[in-house]
Write a protein that binds this ligand. Structure first.
Ligand SMILES: [Zn+2]
Length: 320
């Protein structure tokens, strides 16, 4: 226990030094498949136990809690981007990471992975690349496991938008050693999914709150830290051994850990690419707006964002 106490003291000391130096960080949490909709029995965001969201917003993550103050913003942002049909991840991720209206550019919402036509945009124009060009430190917090690389090599998976963007910026991609050291996170937040695949036998799962603290700690050594979770989208599609409510309660614990560790002057940004989990009546995506939730110093800048394609430009403004 002593080690943890000393580590905590050191972390707080470093945090103090950082705030004295005026260096601020943006923590970008991308939650796939979360829409902002009214509270109702069909909205798991309203029925899940989410004490951290309630403490922060005065209620659940539903549209009734939309608000803006000096250091808190919740507003709906458009995820359809002027294109008919259901918004999808392949184009939505590109819009979030680059600011390019990807579905309008290719004339459709593309599911799952970005099409070849958008890969160059991702590699060249992402917030990762832009931040690096300004000399800022960027951390991509997700772990990439041996199983993931094997699936890519075997063409069972295709490169995600975030991976293409990270490779375009030559970001270091974190591995199981980073995860073991608490310096990376699994997409499911806790690492339980690793145990299922036998990949993480030497990497015990963490609690959602610990995962939040790990992500916040990573922000202390960089200007921009990015983490993406597919938990809500997969739960919304019914593709996890986890109820919608259980997935959202895990996210709530994660938020609690993040908020506990958020430093004065830093900004926490949580947003999504399209709706899904907020409507249990359908197992597919929705045309609901995405939530734009911002805590901390960047609230005023993000209040101007109206669509998911506006986020990248504001991220760069806040980092300026
Ligand atoms: Zn989906």
């Amino acid at each position: 226990m002593l080690c943890f106490t000393i580590a905590d003291i050191i972390a707080r000391h470093l945090a103090l030094v950082k705030s004295i130096n005026g260096r601020m960080s943006l923590i970008f949490v991308f939650l796939d498949g979360v829409g902002l909709a009214p509270a109702s029995p069909s909205n798991p965001l309203a029925t899940a136990m989410t004490p951290a969201f309630h403490a922060l917003l005065g209620g659940p993550l539903t549209s009734e809690q939309s608000q803006q103050s000096d250091n808190l913003l919740l507003k709906p942002i458009d995820a359809t981007l002027g294109v008919p049909g259901l918004p999808q991840s392949g184009t939505g991720h590109v819009a979030l990471l680059t600011g390019v209206n990807a579905p309008l550019l290719i004339g459709r919402h593309q599911p799952n992975y970005p099409p070849v036509a958008l890969r160059g945009i991702l590699a060249e124009q992402s917030i990762f690349r832009q931040a690096q060009h300004r000399g800022l430190e960027v951390v991509f917090a997700n772990v990439f496991t041996p199983g993931y690389w094997q699936a890519l090599a075997a063409r069972r998976l295709r490169r995600s938008a975030s991976l293409i963007a990270a490779e375009g910026a030559s970001l270091r991609l974190r591995d199981l050693d980073d995860l073991r050291a608490g310096q990376a996170l699994m997409w499911d937040i806790t690492g339980d999914a690793l145990q299922v695949r036998d990949e993480g036998l030497a990497v015990p799962p963490v609690t959602p709150k610990q995962a939040g603290a790990h992500l916040a700690a990573l922000s202390q050594s960089c200007h921009l830290v990015f983490f993406e979770s597919f938990l809500p989208d997969l739960a919304g599609h019914g593709r996890l051994p986890l109820s919608d409510e259980a997935a959202l309660e895990r996210i709530d614990g994660f938020l609690a850990g993040l908020l506990d560790a958020l430093l004065p002057g830093d900004t926490l940004l949580i947003t999504s690419d399209h709706g899904n989990i907020e409507d249990r009546r359908t197992p597919v995506h929705t045309r609901n707006p995405a939530p734009l939730l911002v805590v901390g110093a960047g609230v005023d800048a993000f209040a101007r964002a109206e669509t998911i394609a506006d986020i990248a430009a504001v991220v760069m403004n806040v980092l300026a």
